[in-house]
Design a protein around this ligand. Structure first.
Ligand SMILES: [Fe+2]
Length: 264
């Protein structure tokens, strides 16, 4: 007769207790969903294959955005900051090494199609003190809704050459002036797994037109945000649900005055 040996199973303390709790909550919720919707092996295999392809195409960032998860995370990260310019999500089109320009800067060709716009204002504190030497990363689409990474052929850009984006250094009092064009609404990528997902669940892929900004000033946390065109028809149905009233601007006069107020 075989003897039974009792062996104590070592218990591991999680290195990250919050993550361990979140994983368990996700698991329990997924089991509930699997049972409620009677998910089969075939459906589960298709979901795993889909997520694998999404990773290969580097579309997880965009999925987080269109699942409308990036915006609540950003809101939690920046709560209690009413005195400052509202933050917003970075999106997938930021490039860290855009060309640096002094203010006044021009980030589009002289003959760029579309409405030409001057963005001007100050990077400052809540009490009005200018933050001289701040750097404003700006990136946007052209007037047809295309980013430079999509414009390489039509603009005859050299490999690595950029357009409609720059790192603009403000004046000594924090003032800036950026000459550019009004951007246009565009769709998140629809030619890969993200597009498949949106079609499957019946969601449109449109983002209202916007300028992106990432602003760095010494001794302050950087501000990442967007400014939206107040007349854009897609504002109320933004696919990533990121619109904030205080980030709407009117370009109809060709000049937009906007101060960026950085947190302490
Ligand atoms: Fe964008």
């Amino acid at each position: 007769m075989a003897t039974t040996q009792t062996q104590s199973v070592p218990t591991l303390e999680p290195e990250d207790p919050q993550l361990a709790q979140i994983v368990e909550e996700i698991r329990a919720f997924m089991v509930e969903l699997i049972e409620r919707h009677r998910i089969t092996n075939d459906q589960w295999s298709a979901a795993i294959a889909y997520l694998s392809e999404l990773g290969e195409r580097k579309e997880f960032h965009a999925l987080s955005d269109v699942m409308r998860l990036s915006v609540p995370v950003d809101r939690i990260t920046h709560e209690d900051q009413e005195a400052f310019t509202p933050s917003n999500v970075e999106g997938p089109f930021f490039l860290p090494d855009a060309p640096t320009q002094e203010s006044p800067a021009k980030i589009c060709p002289d003959d760029a199609p579309g409405q030409h716009v001057v963005l001007r204002g100050k990077v400052r504190t809540a009490d009005g003190t200018g933050l001289g030497g701040s750097v404003i990363d700006i990136w946007q689409t052209d007037a047809e809704g295309l980013y430079d990474i999509e414009l390489h052929q039509s603009m005859s850009l050299e490999p690595g050459e950029m357009a409609y984006r720059a790192r603009v250094r403000t004046d000594a009092d924090g003032s800036f002036e950026i000459h550019t064009v009004k951007p246009k609404a565009y769709t998140v990528p629809t030619d890969g797994p993200l597009g498949v997902f949106l079609r499957k669940i019946g969601r449109h892929p449109w983002r209202p037109a916007h300028y992106h900004f990432r602003i760095e000033a010494e001794g302050r946390p950087p501000l990442t945000t967007m400014l939206y065109m107040a007349d854009d028809p897609w504002l109320s149905v933004d696919v990533i649900d990121s619109i904030k009233e205080r980030l709407l601007v009117d370009t109809s006069s060709g000049v937009v005055d906007y101060d960026f107020v950085l947190a302490d």
